[in-house]
Design a protein around this ligand. Sequence first.
Ligand code: NIG
Ligand code: FE
Length: 387
Amino acid sequence: MGKTRKYDLKIKMSYTLLINIKKLLQIRDRGTSYVSGKEMSEIPSIESAYLVINNGIIEEFGEMKNSPKDLEKFNIIDCKGKMVLPSWCDSHSHIVFSGNRSNEFIDRIKGLTYNEIASNGGGILNSVDNLRNTSKKDLLEQSLIRIKEVISQGTGAIEIKSGYGLNMESERKMLEVISEIKAENNILVKSTFLGAHAFPREFLNKKNEYINLIVNKMIPEYNNAKLIDFVDVFCEKGYFSLEDTAQILEAAAKYGLVPKIHVNQFNNFGGVALAVKHNSLSVDHLEVLTKHDIAALKDRITIPVALPGCSFFLGIPYTPARDLIDSGLPLALASDYNPGSAPSGNMNFVISLACIKMGMLPEEAINAATINGAYAMGLEKEVGSIT
Ligand code: NIG
Ligand code: FE
């Protein structure tokens, strides 16, 4: 008797039925990996719908009149008056960090720019000092607080970058923390190695040696330990040049690691074309974009990613979303959650900014933060749409 009851309970636990959904949004067939151009202003949906979830996987859905009649095995959630849509897919974050940089926020109010703050000893290297002095356990605890917060705000999948360690031991610490967040299974996680986020202080006068360390030691070792899904580079003046970036992406390619890179945040010098040439899955930031960049992205696998939170907090231009979408390209939206340029991982805020500051329609912003965000981290078969 006891055994049977346990068994029933297990079945019931695994099946969830959502009924009376006012509108079920973002219904896609299996073949749709992302949406671009005009398609971005449409969100296929069903009014008065039901949805069956079996062990975290969508099993069936449709109009309420066709919903399952045998209700015994289900946990039922009545969604009367509510819309249901995929959770946010945040394809660019630096959510694993230690402490905060609120002092820089004050400096910015006083008129200093991101680069002036960095040259005065702040910026990325400030977070590096902090992270190197933080234990792995403490780093995980601090990061999990943020993870729980973004989950409560609707994020269901997130890409997380390293890049505040900048030496063998501390980059590994970050990547292991990302792995542990992955293993908790509360949110889908992709891990990106961003050793090329900045040159660490101890290598400022021997930059080639740091690139050699990334190429010959970090990438092979972390890849071997299965700690990384993607590789990123901050391709920007004062950080990593086109040549540095090419060298790192070539090394990554030897291990089959796909790039997702930071380009065109403050300066435009050919990063987009380089990323496309190296089959980057995404190019992120793009606040400073030309017609040539847009042309380089046409009919490629590389998806542009806008980070409006960063533009908002730094007071820099927004990515020209209209130019990108109106020229037929796809666009994804992500939070860039980090302690310096975007101290928020709230995707609802990101979507609001996209509409208010970038002229995106709500449907375009929702597509950009669901199916296109999923594509930008290689998760389009698992999340981002009701399929
Ligand atoms: O995406 N631009 C480079 N990296 C981050 C900022 C990181 C930081 O300031 O700590 C960004 O904005
Ligand atoms: Fe970033």
